[in-house]
Design a protein around this ligand. Structure first.
Ligand code: FAD
Ligand code: PHB
Length: 397
């Protein structure tokens, strides 16, 4: 089999890249290790930056998001038993959309299959070859049969645990990493959200986040030990801890309901540089990870896909590799700013095991400053709704 661009991974990065390439008349094949139902049911991120929303609308896959997504014009930061609103709309003129990552994935898969384009689900033993120069090749097995996909370029969109990044010679990539001494226990609950906006709560027991997925489903997170066994977190223990951490002087609390899903995610900041090796381009979590406190992971993955699609379109239409050569540099400017923001939000809101009383008071002062100074609040809001693209394209709103 032969194609122009072989895409490894059908997450937000791979699916968005495939759709943008299709719109530019560039052929691609997506090779995905998991089944369609698995990737469509995987609960992850939930906040779309304004630029991501504008892009989904501009490329014709935003219809369900416009109907079912929840537009949020502000967020709340809680500390010392009080919540404080950051009015993003007023501070930046922009908002975010709460719409689950798996819904974006469903919409993009539907659009791709409707266009008659190919996704190979449940591909086993995926490996990539000859991408340093020359003619790249992806090998995989499907239903016990061996397949080879020849291509001009490989897009490694296979997430943090994928095969693409580890296939690059280790001395060709620099890695910058910080592992945090905590994780997030995330739950989905059949409970109507008890208020309309997200609450990021700093509490002495640890961080908690109130979010939502629909008018009947609440999404909640608790800071926990990353080594915790989920079996040790009974539903009762989770609700007790959530209600304790969200306790506010005005009596607000999340509605309690049946927990339908729970899992623990470790937290890290990670960047690999460059994001290209020969004819292999890494995009999304394959190249970088942010702690989810800034809600940037999926948005960064989609921003990478956008930059890569434009660079490939320039190559196929004009024969120029200039944008492909700049791919890493263009993406990394945005990625490092998102890394800084995600690290800062994480540092401000979580309890660190080695923190002193000085650190604790400084953290509260920072929250007090951010929620009482318009200038500081505007900076947070500007980053939260999403910084402008470094390289605005035809889809820029
Ligand atoms: P992924 O979504 O990881 O997609 C990669 C795809 O590649 C997957 O479908 C995978 O099955 C496939 N794949 C992997 N290996 C292979 C292989 N060898 N061959 C073929 N295919 C392969 N961000 C937030 O903002 N908020 C959150 O609450 C949040 N929660 C998260 C929870 C978890 C458990 C994880 C892992 C991430 C979370 N994130 C969150 C981050 C966000 O979901 C990611 O940044 C986003 O999924 C990145 O998209 P991607 O397309 O780069 O990678
Ligand atoms: C979510 O709704 O899953 C969510 C929201 C905001 C975050 C992280 C996750 O910062």
């Amino acid at each position: 089999m032969k194609t122009q661009v072989a895409i490894v991974g059908a997450g937000p990065a791979g699916l968005m890249l495939a759709h943008l390439l299709h719109l530019a008349d560039i052929e691609s094949v997506i090779i995905e290790a998991r089944s369609r139902s698995y990737v469509e049911g995987r609960i992850r991120a939930g906040v779309l930056e304004q630029g991501t929303v504008d892009l989904l609308n501009a490329i014709g896959v935003g219809e369900r998001m416009r109907r079912e997504g929840l537009l949020h014009q502000g967020i709340e930061l809680g500390f010392a038993g009080k919540r404080h609103r950051i009015d993003m709309q007023q501070l930046t003129g922009q908002a975010v959309m709460v719409y689950g990552q798996h819904e974006v994935v469903k919409d993009l898969i539907r659009a791709r299959l409707f266009a008659g384009e190919k996704i190979v689900f449940e591909a086993d033993s995926v490996s990539i070859h000859d991408f340093a120069n020359g003619s790249p090749l992806v090998r995989y097995e499907k239903d016990g049969m061996h397949h080879e996909l020849n291509c001009d370029y490989i897009a490694g969109c296979d997430g943090f645990h994928g095969v693409c990044r580890p296939s690059v010679p280790t001395n060709a990539l620099a890695v910058y990493e910080r592992v945090y001494p905590f994780g997030w226990l995330g739950v989905l609950a059949d409970a109507a959200p008890s208020q309309g906006e997200l609450v990021y709560m700093n509490h002495a027991n640890g961080f908690a986040l109130f979010s939502m997925r629909s008018p009947t489903v609440t999404r909640l997170y608790l800071q926990c030990d990353p080594a915790d066994d989920i079996a040790g977190w009974s539903d009762d223990r989770i609700w007790n801890e959530l209600l304790c951490r969200f306790k506010c002087s005005d009596g607000w609390e999340p509605n309690v309901g049946r927990i339908t899903q729970k899992s623990i995610t470790p937290m890290r900041s990670f960047v690999t540089e460059p994001m290209q090796f020969g004819r292999l381009f890494l995009a999304g979590d394959a190249a970088h990870i942010v702690p989810p406190t800034g809600a940037k992971g999926m948005n960064l993955a989609i921003a990478d896909a956008r930059v890569l699609a434009r660079a490939l379109a320039e190559f196929y239409s004009a024969g120029s590799t200039a944008r492909l050569g700049d791919y890493s540099q263009t993406c990394l400017r945005r990625i490092w700013k998102a890394q800084r923001f995600s690290w800062w939000m994480t540092s401000m809101l979580h309890q660190f095991p080695d923190a002193s009383q000085f650190d604790r008071r400084r953290q509260i002062a920072e929250l007090d400053y951010v929620t009482s100074s318009q200038i500081a609040a505007r900076s947070l809001a500007e980053n939260y709704v999403g910084l402008p693209m470094e390289d605005p394209d035809q889809w820029a709103g």
